[in-house]
Design a protein around this ligand. Structure first.
Ligand SMILES: [Zn+2]
Length: 368
């Protein structure tokens, strides 16, 4: 794996092209159309799983040598403010002009895929069957991956390029994540005339929230109450309050215990305050945990070494499409593209990281 000569100028151009195509979640038609065209023009077979005006793309690059098929994943959507992006290019990096995000999350990954395909074709690289899975609305809670028709994917192992950190970083462990909604129902009454006939849902809800542990619970567990709504006017004892929270942990036992505690606090409150309390608990995604000796991690290490970069293994407390692949029986590591300060108007990417990312992407394919 010596002598990978990257066309840096074209790499930057492709990235600029992609980030200037607006693609906020669920409004991804334009980028999807552009990508399907690109894949077809380059001889890949494309399957499109349409969902509303967005959808999931699976592009297949037929192998020219024996070996296990491989997949790569990225997402087509971006967060807000993300329309009318005007990238600023310096000799070292690309950033937004400060009024929007840049969109390197996750178009830096798609750039690697497109430029990688060009490189493979032009340099006649030997590779096994490769699938590119591009999901929609990842930023809205891994929506595309959750709705993905996994029967379209005939590769068991793959890499998601959707993380930050220096090139060579891979996320070995990510949490399980639950979201919940609590509805507290008391009784309304006139606040001036007969407040004693009411049961104040806001006050009870506030006491309840006070009992729920939030913040950083320990090194692998976090929890939050992030939204609250209730009440109509100051002269009415409020009948209802609704709040939403979440908990995530890389440790399933701790997560179970947290949820058990949450249920027990709620049941105590039901008895103590004569209120109705509903708890609606939903699994957002499941955790995964790769050992340092697992096949995929070994492959990743080998690919890094072939291009002289040292692998960095990370634990994350955030979820990504890779959680969904892993919980569906695939093996998928989430890898850094070099994107930095994502989900902010300070977002940027170093050009040297884009070049290194491209080498890593090609190395994963050739060392596979
Ligand atoms: Zn992302």
């Amino acid at each position: 794996m010596v002598n990978i000569k990257i066309n840096e100028k074209r790499l930057v151009q492709t990235f600029i092209k992609l980030v200037t195509i607006d693609s906020p979640s669920y409004q991804e038609e334009k980028i999807i159309k552009y990508l399907i065209r690109f894949f077809k023009d380059n001889g890949l077979k494309v399957k499109f799983q349409k969902v509303g005006s967005s959808g999931n793309i699976v592009a297949f690059l037929k192998g020219n040598r024996e070996g296990l098929p491989l997949f790569f994943n990225a997402h087509t959507d971006t967060v807000q403010p993300g329309t009318g992006i005007k990238p600023v290019i310096t000799d070292k990096l690309i950033r937004s002009d400060g009024s929007t995000i840049l969109g390197s999350d996750d178009k830096s990954a798609i750039t690697l895929f497109l430029e990688g395909i060009r490189y493979i074709k032009q340099n006649r690289l030997k590779h096994t069957d490769i699938y590119f899975v591009l999901t929609y609305a990842e930023e809205q809670g891994l929506v595309g991956a959750k709705n993905f028709d996994f029967s379209l994917l005939k590769a068991k192992y793959g890499f998601s390029f959707d993380s930050h950190g220096k090139i060579g970083t891979a996320v070995l462990s990510a949490p399980t994540h639950y979201q919940y909604t609590v509805t507290v129902k008391g009784k309304s009454a006139h606040a001036g005339i007969e407040p004693e006939k009411g049961i104040n849902a806001i006050v009870t809800g506030a006491k309840l929230i006070n009992k729920i542990k939030v913040g950083k619970i320990d090194h692998e567990t976090t929890a939050n109450v992030g939204k609250i709504e209730g009440g109509i006017a100051t002269n009415i004892v409020p009948e209802k309050v609704v709040f939403e929270g979440e908990v995530r942990s890389r440790n399933r036992e701790k997560l179970k215990r947290y949820i058990k505690d949450l249920k027990s606090i709620i049941s105590t409150f039901r008895k103590k305050y004569r209120v109705k309390i509903d708890l609606d608990l939903k699994l957002a995604y499941r955790s995964y945990d790769f050992s340092g000796t697992s096949f995929l991690v070994k492959q990743f290490r080998k690919a890094c070494r072939a291009i002289n970069i040292s692998p960095v293994f990370d634990k994350s407390n955030g979820g990504s499409d890779s959680n969904i692949f892993n919980q569906n029986g695939f093996q998928c590591l989430n890898v850094s593209t070099g994107m930095a300060e994502v989900h902010s108007t300070e977002e940027y990417i170093l050009i040297k990281d884009m070049v290194q990312g491209m080498k890593l992407f090609l190395s994963l394919i050739t060392q596979w």
